[in-house]
Design a protein around this ligand. Structure first.
Ligand code: B3K
Ligand code: ZN
Length: 889
């Protein structure tokens, strides 16, 4: 398999100005007529035209209406004798494909009788021969022809210009997309769908039609997505002055989709999971996800579609930036500072539990990778979430207004172009010439080129005689594959200093004429730097990396007393939460490292008291309390250790949970009673936070009941499960019963299945809850195998496969890492089985053993063996091969 390198980028030999596609849709054999206006690229040397194609049957190639000679080379269609000169010529290609046989869900495929497409990154070549690369931008005219009864709705990008009946019960629709676009943004949908419609008038006074297409029966679950879409449109206009540039904007939902959603121009295609939501079937988390994914895809309309990527190495240009934008949108929607902080904490949790491990493992790559075998493997948390952090640091360095200026400059310069991450950073810097970003641009861009999570070590020294406090910050970054040595990063460290009484101190650096308030950003650029604050009477409590101002690991050996002060008083809610995480993490690590069996008293009284005061705090929001009272995850604990014993980590965390459940019993009762009623269901952050805290309380009460055999709380929980007025309350109750292993869980699970067996998305939750439950003596793996035999289990449906298999392999370390290696054997069998029909889903699953080198024996050897078994299997997709090869390297 070939390695594609960023440094090998060359402009395309030809340009395609217009594409006129005609589809005769038929699941078994779809005929595609592709007529393009093509011309030589004056910027490229003269060379043959090589068109990409995959699993196509080629019938005819005409140049300016006449037959031409061509050859095939490794799937590419090569045309050597094309007209000389700069004049455009017409290239017509006729081919067929088989959508019903397309199990990869890339290109044109059929899901439950409806045609869908997925073209990003390289799926368009599975529809027709083309220059399948993002820097070839064309305008598209698309004619769809299909049986009218089976496929009454025919959609493509842009505007509908014509439609009508044809003979033999067929009909047609013709769509014209006025915007030039790369082919990865092409889409079509044909099927029997219904839609919700909304007309809106934008600030400039133009009317737009918004539509959401779903299967009959799902229409009542589209209101939330429509509201999210309208809110996104309004937000992008207000915050960044970016209007909707389409008369018509459509979202279509499908239940067979490899990922979350796709930003095709004017015709977004979504996994049903991120469109459909009703109080009875979706949880608060689902509602929040729908809102943020709708927003994300909508924001791509500017960041991705109007300005796109020159090549796929620049993926973070659109993804990092668009994730940043959807995060900011969700924070602005959340409203209060505390609700914003909750969103920030959730995002940082994802970064730390998914991206940090990636950055420390065999798949580590820079935000802008240098090479890949299969681009689909690089739609990663690094490109997305770390990429968003890089954009966020730019905003920190230039300020909120400076950032909006930079974005404006970016569009002024690059609208309609396919550009690079350098172009984005340059526009940001040029629009803010006096900023730290402009001054340090070359060094800052190391965030794009160097992989690995930097470590920042902080130590402070108070000098009573001079009333100064000197903070020393040092940075280092471990080697990653292909990058043994790193240059220093530009690290914005937002911080404050607290007095022992919790009051914020004025921050004045040596040499400064006056203090700059109690909150500021230090910029670390060297391997080590000292910052001396003056006028500091007493040893202060440092609050560093506020709001998680950089994606780094902060090493700070400050006292428990300092952490308790921060937890009680820090004005930065992120660091307040962080203090609790560090306190409990410290104790977890001590218990994991201690010799002998895991002790029951992992948490000490001081720690429990501190957590109790947060839970009982009169002013803090419920959502925030829930986050503070949630212990660091097993994955996060594992990342802190050089050698990982998953069973022991699981046991320690369970011991801590059980301690929390017992020691705070009265407080959990109080919390449950205070927060259990949220009235008529609304998915806003305040109500969702109350439900989250009530849910955690119920879980804790069931855990305590498990140990003391008291049936009262499990009984109440079962009652709540039955009577719940919304899915959040119902599912939390079910989780509490299943998670605490109570006998009532079986009954509840059966009842839940009977009630929701016709709702795929709810069934996914039902499967996932069981596959993700805490292991008791190894019972989860046999259960997972049993679930795969369930009549409602469908391996080929990505959502369903993930709900059981990925949940078990990725999200249940205590059950997956078995000393008999049976979890790994199961994993290898599933990777191979799924790879045979859907390489993208298989490759994601293949990453569950990324961190095998950290495992203690016997896990480590068993994991290596399992990976080697996958690697040795023939045939294997490029996708899975790349993942396992890198894992074994
Ligand atoms: N751009 C798509 C992801 C496509 C993934 C292709 N393997 C969704 C998104 O990031 O918005
Ligand atoms: Zn995206």
């Amino acid at each position: 398999h070939t390695v594609i390198r960023r440094e090998d980028y060359a402009p395309p030999a030809y340009l395609i100005d217009t594409v006129d596609l005609t589809f005769d849709l038929d699941p078994a054999k779809t005929r595609v007529l592709n007529r393009m206006r093509v011309r030589r690229n004056p910027e490229a040397p003269v060379q043959p035209l090589r068109l990409d194609g995959e699993e196509l049957n080629l019938a005819r190639v005409l140049v300016n209406g006449a037959g031409t000679s061509f050859k095939m080379d490794g799937g590419q269609l090569v045309l050597e004798s094309l007209p000389d000169g700069a004049d455009p010529f017409e290239l017509e290609i006729f081919s067929t494909c088989a959508p019903a046989k397309n199990t990869q869900l890339m290109g044109l495929y059929v899901s439950q009788g409806t045609f869908f497409t997925q073209c990003e990154a390289e799926g368009f070549r599975r529809i027709t021969y083309f220059l399948d690369r993002p820097d070839v931008m064309a305008t598209y005219t698309v004619t769809l022809r299909a049986d009218k009864r089976q496929y009454p709705v025919l959609l493509s990008n842009g505007n509908l210009v014509e439609s009508g009946d044809l003979e033999a019960g067929r009909h047609y629709a013709k769509w014209v997309d006025p915007h030039r676009k790369p082919c990865y943004l092409f889409a079509l949908v044909a099927g029997n769908l219904v839609h919700r419609e909304q007309k809106i008038i934008s600030r400039s006074g133009t009317e737009h039609t918004l539509q959401i297409y779903v299967r009959r029966g799902d229409l009542d679950k589209t209101e939330h997505a429509m509201n999210a879409l309208m809110a996104s449109i309004a937000w992008d206009e207000t915050r960044f002055g970016l209007p909707l540039d389409l008369e018509r904007f459509m979202i279509v939902a499908t239940s067979d989709f490899n990922m979350g959603a796709m930003e095709n121009k004017g015709l977004n295609i979504f996994n049903t999971k991120y469109v459909l939501a009703s109080p009875a079937t979706a949880t608060d988390t689902d509602f929040a996800n729908v809102e943020s994914v709708v927003a994300h895809e909508y924001f791509h309309n500017w960041t991705g579609n109007r300005v796109t990527c020159r090549d796929w190495f620049q993926l973070s240009l659109k993804e990092g930036l668009t994730v940043f934008r959807d995060q900011e949108f969700s924070m602005d929607m959340a409203g209060s500072p505390s609700a914003r902080a909750v969103k920030r904490i959730e995002d940082v949790r994802v970064l730390r539990t998914a991206q940090f491990p990636e950055d420390a493992g065999p798949m580590a790559h820079p935000v802008r990778p240098d090479q890949y075998v299969e681009i689909n493997n690089f739609y990663t948390v690094t490109v997305y979430e770390k990429g968003a952090e890089v954009v966020r640091m730019m905003q920190t360095l230039v300020g909120r207004e400076g950032f909006a200026r930079g974005l404006k400059r970016y569009f002024e310069r690059h609208d309609g172009q396919a550009v690079t991450c350098d172009d984005f950073a340059q526009a940001m810097a040029d629009a803010n010439p006096d900023s730290e970003l402009a001054r340090l641009l070359a060094e800052f861009k190391r965030w794009y080129s160097q992989a690995g999570t930097p470590r920042v070590h902080a130590s402070g020294q108070h000098d009573a005689a001079t009333r100064t406090y000197t903070l020393t910050l040092s940075q280092s970054c471990p080697p990653t594959p292909g990058q043994p040595v790193k240059e220093p990063f530009v690290i914005p460290v937002t911080m404050g200093l607290l007095g022992a009484d919790g009051r914020e101190l004025p921050l004045q650096l040596e040499g400064e004429a006056q203090h700059a308030g109690t909150h500021r950003t230090l910029v670390l650029t060297q391997p080590s730097q000292r910052f001396t604050f003056v006028g500091i009477e007493q040893p202060p409590v440092p609050s560093l990396l506020r709001g998680f101002s950089a994606p780094v690991i902060l090493e700070q050996d400050d006292s428990d007393a300092n952490l308790l002060t921060l937890l009680a008083h820090d004005s930065d809610p992120f660091n307040r939460w962080e203090a609790a995480q560090r306190l409990t993490l410290r104790r977890a690590l001590a218990a994991v490292r201690a010799p002998g069996p895991v002790q029951a008293d992992v948490l000490d009284t001081a720690c429990l008291d501190a957590l109790r005061s947060v839970l009982r705090h009169p002013e803090l929001d419920a959502a925030f309390k829930e986050l503070v009272l949630t212990l660091p995850s097993e994955t996060y604990i594992a990342e802190q250790l050089d050698e990982v014993e998953p069973q022991r980590i699981h046991a320690v965390r369970e011991a801590m949970r059980s301690q929390l459940a017992h020691a705070l019993h009265e407080d959990w009762v109080w919390a449950y009673e205070q927060h259990k009623d949220t009235g008529a269901y609304r998915p806003d952050p305040v109500n969702a936070g109350r439900r989250a805290l009530a849910g955690l309380a119920l879980y804790m009460l069931c855990l305590a009941a498990r140990d003391n055999g008291n049936p009262v709380w499990p009984g109440k929980t079962y009652q709540r499960f039955k009577d719940a007025g919304n899915m959040t309350d119902r599912f939390q109750a079910l989780q509490a019963l299943v998670g605490s292993g109570h006998a009532l869980a079986q009954e509840a699970l059966q009842r839940f299945h009977a009630q929701f067996q016709h709702d795929d998305l709810v069934l996914d939750k039902w499967f996932a809850l069981q596959a993700g439950q805490p292991d008791r003596g190894g019972h989860v793996l046999p259960l997972v195998k049993q679930l795969m035999q369930h009549p409602d289990f469908h391996l080929r449906n990505p959502n369903r496969a993930r709900s059981v298999i990925s949940t078990y392999c990725h999200s249940n370390p205590g059950a997956f890492h078995r000393s008999d290696a049976a979890g790994y054997v199961f994993w290898s069998e599933r990777v191979i089985e799924i790879d045979a029909f859907n390489p993208q889903v298989a490759a994601r699953l293949a990453r569950a053993l990324d961190r095998w080198k950290k495992l203690a024996e016997p896990y480590r050897s068993a994991a290596r063996e399992a990976i080697a078994r996958v690697a040795a299997h023939e045939p294997l997709s490029n996708d899975v091969r790349e993942v396992v090869t890198r894992a074994l390297a």
